[in-house]
Design a protein around this ligand. Structure first.
Ligand SMILES: *Cc1c(COP(=O)(O)O)cnc(C)c1O
Length: 447
């Protein structure tokens, strides 16, 4: 596993991380607070590791994004990308705020419905939807299916025809623009598996109009994730706008452009993507087209609202070299550092520890993999056994990517709202780890 790309600017200090995270406050008595609730109180009650989601922060962010669209004079429906954080409480909160759902599997469809999101407010994306998933979605009268290939268009046509209905679809177009993000999260280049090649889109749209069981309403695009600059959005939307004009000139109707998700956040020192700038790009390129617009944000809404609480199991000294700070959280809980070389802020919960002079440490988990590393050479105050930390910006692509590797139970999850907190998933029990496993009779000696 390669080391993370070295950064040229120094890591932000604890004080700088607190300043860039308005949801966090360091209380001189209680220590680190999220949305006004002391994280030590949560850790005392439910233990660590524990995911904590700030519901007030999540609401503030979704409202800001909706307001940015309104302020630009755009009529935009927001479909939250469920894969970022699919907890029912998160989906329910966002449903209350008027969000629909962008889903990529039958499981996410079932969750969205369970959280009370109406089928008409659900958009089905993804490169490989199975027949069973499509049948269920079409049978429910799902709002829109974003079609990712000519092959899939034919499959949807035959399923919808068989069900005696018409599926509302857009074509997900790959605009072949570079979102300038990590290779594992870029999706809008011709080399990626996602979407229909730009040059095939107009012809396929004409074909869609002639197919039974299909109601083609427009185009969708999604160029990647953790996008910090508005330039790739503008480039992609300009290409989609050209496509809309082309197919309209050929006599087709276009009612919808789905602008995708991908807006990035500030994990380290990078400037956060601004919904107002995204709205500006949408207005500039698509505002004059007389289409309904939609967006599919995930990370921007959820990541900064959540954190992962963990305790130091031990501080493994190495003479003059940076010590290993071994946490009780690991890569099975939070995969992003080992999978994407992701940088996450780490803040001590104790106000006394937080102000001690910092020195380099490697922050690792206990899993038997060298890749189980949260941070290398991170400047942190000295922390001993039992000290607690918050790993920041883990509300998206955090708990959802957890596994039970090394037979580590899934961590507890807590939602903070209105100055109080609720366990929204208790820590998984050990017995639950093998629930559903069976041992054939001839092996069942002592089990
Ligand atoms: C993952 C995904 C999103 C959300 O991406 P974020 O970077 O979390 O905003 C939106 N649309 C599609 C099709 C996706 O696959």
């Amino acid at each position: 596993m390669a080391d993370a790309t070295p950064f040229l600017d120094p890591d932000p200090s604890v004080a700088e991380l607190l300043a860039s995270h308005p949801s966090l406050k360091m209380d001189p008595l209680c220590g680190l607070m999220l949305d006004g609730v002391a994280l030590n109180a949560i850790a005392d009650a439910v233990g660590t590791p524990c995911w904590v989601m700030g519901g007030d922060t999540l609401r503030t962010r979704v409202r800001r994004m909706q307001q940015a669209m309104r302020d630009a004079g755009l009529n935009v429906s927001l479909h939250y990308a469920v894969k970022a954080n699919d907890h029912l409480a998160v989906l329910s909160l966002l449903r209350e705020e008027g969000a629909g759902a962008d889903i990529v599997s039958g499981g996410e469809l079932a969750r969205a419905l369970k959280a009370g999101i109406a089928p008409a407010h659900i958009v089905f994306s993804g490169v490989g939807k199975t027949d069973a998933e499509l049948e269920r979605a079409i049978g429910l009268g799902i709002g829109q299916i974003n079609v990712e290939s000519a092959e899939e268009l034919d499959i949807i046509s035959s399923i919808a025809s068989r069900l005696g209905t018409r599926a509302t679809i857009t074509l997900r177009v790959n605009p072949d623009v570079d979102a300038g993000t990590h290779a594992k999260i870029t999706t809008g280049l011709a080399a990626n598996k996602f979407g229909i090649p730009y040059d095939h889109a107009a012809a396929l749209y004409a074909r869609a109009a002639s197919l039974p069981g299909i109601r083609a309403v427009g185009f969708a695009t999604h160029i990647g994730s953790q996008i910090l600059s508005v330039a790739p959005y503008r480039a992609a939307y300009a290409r989609i706008a050209d496509l809309v004009r082309t197919v309209r000139a050929a006599g087709q109707t276009v009612e919808v452009v789905d602008c995708g998700g991908g807006l990035g956040i500030s994990y380290r020192t990078e400037p956060e993507g601004q919904p107002e700038a995204l709205a500006g790009a949408m207005k500039a390129e698509l505002g004059g087209l007389d289409v309904r617009l939609a967006i599919e944000p995930g990370r921007w809404l959820a990541a900064p609202a959540g954190l992962l609480l963990s305790s130091v199991i031990l501080n493994k000294a190495r003479g003059n070299e940076a010590p290993f700070l071994v946490l009780d959280a690991a890569m099975n809980d939070l995969l992003r550092p080992s999978m994407y070389d992701a940088w996450h802020g780490i803040v001590p919960l104790s106000p006394h520890v937080a102000t001690l002079p910092a020195g380099p440490a490697h922050v690792v988990g206990p899993v038997c993999e060298s890749g189980d590393t949260f941070a290398r050479d991170r400047h942190l105050p000295p922390m001993q056994r039992g000290a607690r930390v918050a790993i920041l910006d883990t509300g998206a692509y955090g708990a959802v990517m957890s596994s039970t590797y090394n037979s580590r139970p899934l961590a507890a999850e807590v939602l903070v709202e209105d100055g109080t907190w609720h366990v929204i998933r208790p820590r998984q029990s050990l017995e639950a780890l093998w629930q559903g496993e069976t041992v054939p009779a001839h092996l069942a000696g002592t089990a």
